[in-house]
Design a binder for this molecule. Structure first.
Ligand SMILES: *[C@@H]1O[C@H](CO)[C@@H](O)[C@H](O)[C@H]1NC(C)=O
Ligand SMILES: *[C@@H]1O[C@H](CO)[C@@H](O)[C@H](O)[C@H]1NC(C)=O
Ligand SMILES: *[C@@H]1O[C@H](CO)[C@@H](O)[C@H](O)[C@H]1NC(C)=O
Length: 285
């Protein structure tokens, strides 16, 4: 999103130059774009691509930066064409890297960051354009989120308070709640502190939901918690909490009961018998 906005700003910025070159009949370097994965696992090999259209221009250089530091350069007029600038953690495969690509082996979490490719046309225009994009080296969480709620039975007007904890990972996972299939906002979201020796963090998101009269479906409320890290990892857990009805109502109000089906009716008959037995026992004392 951000890089797209930056690209747009760039195009706006360069629009007057285009008009100028169109007016003078000179067409040159344009449509520079960068393609790098948004997120990769540690240890991966990553191919970063810089696309551009030179039109009438000749290529001068393609430079690659991580943040402000250049790590790779391609110079058309020099031999060898490629030059590597040492940067900790950056392992460029020069055999596979060229005027459009740079290939990095064994990327680790310190390679998370902003990457930029800068393309320059040769004389006479020396026109230069650059574009950037972000790459995360992620430690994906393993396993499912854990849901904890204060209790399992609620009456209308009660508040369901709960926490959902993601398995540890980096970057922090997105944790989202939904109730009866509809998303609800978390009451808070917190990451456990990240330590130098253990950069993995868990995220805890809170649920604070007031029970409405129509919350229950067949006496149950379906709560799910989903965690995801980009589109690389997603997992979810679910619980069902139950409607707590006044005892008397559940014994007498069989007609309005939301239980349906044979099993439900059998339960109600059983409850009724227990109530009758209790009454009998009580009156015998
Ligand atoms: C959720 O987390 C908060 C803050 O750590 C804690 O006070 C609360 O008891 C937790 N709730 C449950 C249901 O575990
Ligand atoms: C959830 O949060 C978003 C952004 O803060 C807000 O626009 C939206 O209205 C909230 N939804 C509910 C159901 O509170
Ligand atoms: C979390 O969600 C936001 C908003 O949808 C998104 O921009 C961000 O990339 C997500 N982060 C992760 C780690 O998935």
């Amino acid at each position: 999103m951000k890089s797209l906005a930056a690209l747009r700003r760039f195009q706006l910025f360069y629009a007057p130059l285009f008009l100028l070159s169109a007016a003078t009949g000179v067409r040159g370097l344009r449509d520079v774009s960068i393609k790098i994965p948004l997120a990769v696992a540690p240890g991966s090999t990553v191919t970063m691509t810089c696309q551009y259209d030179l039109e009438a221009d000749l290529l001068y250089t393609v430079k690659w930066y991580k943040g402000r530091k250049e790590f790779f350069r391609y110079v058309l007029k020099e031999l060898p064409h490629t030059k590597v600038f040492p940067l900790p953690g950056v392992n460029v495969d020069t055999a596979l890297s060229d005027s459009h690509h740079v290939v990095l082996h064994d990327v680790q979490s310190d390679l998370t960051g902003k990457y930029r490719c800068e393309v320059s046309a040769d004389a006479p225009s020396f026109h230069t354009e650059m574009v950037s994009s972000y790459m995360h080296v992620v430690n994906l969480p393993e396993g499912d989120p854990e849901i904890r709620v204060e209790k399992m039975k609620y009456a209308v007007g009660d508040v369901v308070r709960g926490n959902c904890t993601s398995p540890p990972g980096n970057p922090p996972a997105n944790v989202t709640w939904s109730v009866n299939g509809l998303p609800v906002n978390s009451s808070y979201s917190r990451s456990s502190p990240s330590k130098a020796e253990n950069p993995l963090v868990s995220v805890v998101a809170g649920l604070d939901l007031e029970i409405a009269p129509d919350s229950f479906n067949h006496g149950r409320l379906h709560i799910t918690c989903r965690v995801n890290v980009f589109d690389l990892y997603t997992a979810q857990s679910e619980i069902f909490v139950e409607e707590e009805r006044p005892r008397l109502a559940s014994v007498l109000g069989t007609r309005e009961s939301s239980y349906t089906g044979k099993a439900g009716r059998r339960v109600e008959q059983w409850i009724f018998m227990v109530a009758v037995t209790n009454l009998l026992l009580y009156s015998l004392r």
